[in-house]
Write a protein that binds this ligand. Sequence first.
Ligand SMILES: C[S@@+](CC[C@H](N)C(=O)[O-])C[C@H]1O[C@@H](n2cnc3c(N)ncnc32)[C@H](O)[C@@H]1O
Length: 171
Amino acid sequence: MHSEWIFNQIKALNIKKKINLLDFASGNGRNCIPLSNKNIIVTAIDKDQEKLNKYKNLNNINTICFDLETKEEWPLLREYYDVIIVVNYLFRPKIKKIINLLKKDGFLFYETFSLGNEQYGSPKNPNFLLKYRELLDIFGEELIPLSFYDGKTKYKNISIKQRASFKKGVF
Ligand SMILES: C[S@@+](CC[C@H](N)C(=O)[O-])C[C@H]1O[C@@H](n2cnc3c(N)ncnc32)[C@H](O)[C@@H]1O
């Protein structure tokens, strides 16, 4: 099942023309597969080729198998993506580079676990748990924050998550 929050954000954009959407650490494609259509052209990147195999041949989806956490530059285009989604993935050392990939006027929708989640389940490792306001601290200077939430969410079980949306504008 996809992330309802991500879907609502994208629905609210009311997309009527072709856009490029990047699903960053796309996993088994639960978000990008149902989002892709003739107007939403998806690039999905993940290090797990087995997961990508499931949707690499679908229309309107381009998959890239790549380790996002090495020193190597990401094989992604700068200022190309109208929308970037990141769900349940965090690698702090390179996270800010996502900003370079966004087109001017593009949107970043980010949802992942935050501190407090360890009471409810995985992940419990602080490397994978956002600190309070951390998405705002990371992206909020260069992107315009549109919404922010940090607290309980319910999917199958309760988790503690941060959800933040941003727009790349002109200051
Ligand atoms: C918890 S899953 C989330 C997948 C997807 N975003 C979702 O919400 O269903 C985390 C994903 O990050 C990917 N990942 C972890 N480390 C990575 C790395 N170094 N480079 C690329 N992908 C990585 C994993 O392969 C996995 O598919």
